[in-house]
Design a protein. Structure first.
Length: 296
């Protein structure tokens, strides 16, 4: 396989993926609208180019990791307008199914193959290659990308029809939302019970009550340090809206998930938008203090 790949979007995820690929012998051609990110990744060995079109013209496979539907749509149009020969374009972002299908249609009209491949994992997990790739779309293209996925993730699977990757991601993130708030609630309970929080992390994490979110976020809650964010609250709020829309579209009630939404909303109101989602611990702690003062 030609170990040349392009990455458009060098943020928390895209940047970590780029670094891992370079370490494993890939030539990574990258672009981001943020000059600071470009400079940082250039130092890590990414060949920074001046536009999406330059990426498209120089690599057989392009990966996109972008923050908004508008950015994804714009990048798809720029790939089309670049005049590049048929490319495989791997979309890694968390978007609505409608946004993903629009991305696919735009690229398909110009002969490109789009894959819907959202990732399960945080920015911290991306650094450690602890990601799962939910790949969906053209099976031959997914098979061609398997070595690429293996060099920045721990597992990938061909989930079939384009869009199934996003559907799987929505299910996974539904659980993440719940487990994160449950972790905060459990750590508040432990704190109020007078337990050593570090011992709680050590003993609960590996046990039956533990979860990946507990293992990753409980230590941050103990330290009260939520930066650098592995997933910003503001970004997560966007993802939660997508999950809620998806659940509504398939006609499923999600009472546990729904109960977590006000917690993240309050985190935003408290100015924690740029903090890691582990900061919901501060929301619950504030609510407990408020309840105690009111006598509830």
């Amino acid at each position: 396989m030609d170990k040349t790949v392009g990455i458009v979007g060098l943020g928390i995820m895209g940047g970590a993926i780029a670094r891992n690929l370079i370490e494993r012998g890939w030539h990574v051609v990258g672009f981001d609208t943020d000059a600071g990110k470009c400079a940082e990744l250039a130092e890590a060995g990414v060949a920074i180019v001046e536009s999406v079109a330059h990426v498209a013209r120089n690599v057989p496979i392009i990966m996109t990791s972008l923050p908004t539907p508008a950015a994804v749509e714009s990048v798809a149009k720029q790939i089309v307008e670049s005049g590049a020969p048929p490319r495989i374009v791997v979309e890694l972002s968390t978007l609505t199914l409608a946004d993903k299908l629009r991305f696919e249609a735009t690229l398909k009209a110009a002969g490109h193959i789009a894959l819907d491949c959202p990732l399960s994992g945080t920015g911290a997990q991306a650094k450690m290659r602890d990601l799962i790739v939910y790949a969906s779309g053209d099976s031959a293209a997914i098979a061609k990308c398997a070595p690429l996925f293996a060099d920045f993730g721990k597992q990938s699977a061909d989930l079939g029809t384009f869009g199934n990757g996003s559907r799987m991601k929505f299910v996974a993130n539904h659980l993440v939302a719940i487990h994160n708030v449950a972790t905060a609630e459990a750590m508040i309970l432990a704190e109020r019970a007078g337990l050593d929080p570090k011992l709680v992390v050590e003993m609960v994490g590996p046990g039956a009550g533990g979860s990946r979110m507990f293992q990753m976020r409980a230590p941050m809650m103990v330290e009260g340090k939520y930066e650098p964010a592995t997933m910003k609250v503001s970004t997560w709020k966007k993802d939660m809206a997508i999950i809620a829309e998806f659940a509504g579209d398939v006609g499923v009630e999600t009472p546990m998930f729904t109960l977590t939404q006000p917690v993240y909303t309050q985190a935003m109101a408290m100015g924690l938008g740029d903090q890691d989602t582990a900061s919901v611990f501060e929301v619950l702690k504030k609510n407990i203090v408020k309840g105690a003062k009111s006598g509830n």
